[in-house]
Design a binder for this molecule. Structure first.
Ligand SMILES: Cc1cc2nc3c(=O)[nH]c(=O)nc-3n(C[C@H](O)[C@H](O)[C@H](O)COP(=O)(O)O)c2cc1C
Length: 379
């Protein structure tokens, strides 16, 4: 099997196959089936919300490469008059820098530095994208879901219900089916905002935002939690406070208050995995991992802590020389590296778990979701 993996790695680096998950199942008897926000997926790899999901042609390229799911760029909520309390997040900024970043643990990874924030075009244009995403999702070829940032009040202030109502209902109408799948983004730039200085305020948001959204329309809700500027204990309190969500995306990027920018790399995955290690098995909603995922090994590190899928962003933007594939779209090259790398790809990692006695075959197959289920057993 290892020799076959070397051959597939070389071959698929030149020409990416259709339906790679079925090939993996047939060739290696490795079943990569995964779950995101109630959807059954052929494998766990998706694209996190950001600048790489702004239009239908990006979604189509991801579908053609065989990505499992995509989260659309975060739109800033508005009421029927077009007023946005979080308008400061709808700024236009096109320049992104892909940089190396050294971590506290001494390893160097990649981060994307960008001063922009949410969707900066009209809400109507976003609704057009949501219709395209809904069609793709219904076609079964790619799950693509919208993402929103809604009004977040200070303690003692009421929520602007009109924003929640108008935005959620318009998205639900554009989606055209019930329930609307939706991610709610608590972004890292929020961590850098004075709004997020108060722990009680953050915990109130996490408890009440899902209630506000669900009051507007039937939704299946993923809450994407930020890394707050507090300690790991508070991060766990945030998970607890947000448990009425259907899925938690854990955890969005760190915030560098000196440079005033969000960042990732090894500091991000070190922190996320450390906090996930402390979760009580089975006590939280479905988990989806995000943060510095650039190998099958890291996908499995998140899976072993309960994440049934992962969403990446930075790996899609690193220099082309970082991908072992010699040809193909960026999404194809990312999938090639993550799945087939003979040392630290997902297939190799699953075979390693079997070899070390951490994973057993069921009906002759190794199942990715068994790795996730094992995480929920009390350790
Ligand atoms: C340039 C950039 C823009 C992003 N924009 C959003 C966004 O609008 N909404 C959101 O929920 N996450 C956003 N993210 C976070 C990513 O979706 C992802 O969760 C995070 O970067 C961690 O994954 P990574 O280490 O693979 O990049 C953005 C990230 C980057 C680098």
């Amino acid at each position: 099997m290892r020799a076959q993996l070397e051959r597939d790695f070389a071959r698929f680096g030149r020409e990416w196959p259709r339906d790679f998950a079925s090939r993996v199942r047939e060739t290696y008897r490795v079943n990569l089936s995964a779950r995101y926000l109630g959807y059954d997926l052929p494998h766990p790899i998706g694209k996190g919300s950001g600048q790489l999901s702004l239009n239908a042609s990006q979604l189509e390229a991801d579908r053609d490469a065989g990505l499992a799911f995509v989260v659309l760029k975060t739109v800033i909520a508005q009421d029927e008059s077009g007023a946005q309390t979080m308008a400061a997040w709808a700024i236009h900024e096109s320049k992104m820098e892909v940089e190396r970043r050294a971590s506290a643990s001494g390893r160097t990874g990649w981060t994307v530095t960008w001063k922009g924030r949410g969707w900066d075009r009209s809400f109507e244009e976003y609704l057009v994208l949501v219709r395209a995403a809904a069609d793709l999702t219904r076609s079964g070829a790619l799950v693509a879901v919208p993402s929103v940032k809604y009004h977040l009040p200070r303690l003692g202030e009421p929520f602007r219900e009109a924003e929640y109502r108008y935005t959620t209902r318009a998205l639900a109408k554009a989606w055209g089916a019930t329930p609307l799948p939706l991610e709610k983004d608590f972004s890292p730039t929020l961590s850098g905002d004075a709004l997020a200085d108060d722990r009680a305020q953050i915990l109130r948001w996490l408890t009440e935002v899902p209630v506000q959204i669900r009051a507007a329309a039937p939704v299946r809700l993923a809450v994407k939690l930020m890394n707050a500027r507090f300690d790991d204990d508070f991060q766990l309190q945030m998970v607890e406070a947000a448990k009425s969500a259907d899925t938690l995306v854990v955890f969005n990027r760190l915030f560098d208050s000196q440079r005033g920018v969000a960042y990732g790399g090894w500091d991000l995955s070190d922190r996320n995995l450390r906090v996930l290690d402390r979760l009580t098995p089975g006590a939280s909603p479905g988990l989806v991992g995000t943060g510095n995922i650039h190998s099958g090994h890291l996908i499995l590190a998140y899976a072993r802590r309960g994440c049934s899928a992962v969403q990446l962003h930075t790996l899609f933007q690193v220099p082309l020389s970082e991908y072992p594939a010699a040809a193909g779209s960026r999404t194809q090259r990312v999938l090639h590296k993550l799945v087939f790398d003979p040392k630290d790809g997902l297939v190799a990692g699953m075979l390693d778990l079997e070899a070390t006695g951490h994973l057993a075959r069921r009906d002759g197959e190794l199942h990715f979701l068994d790795v996730v289920a094992d995480a929920h057993r009390p350790r």
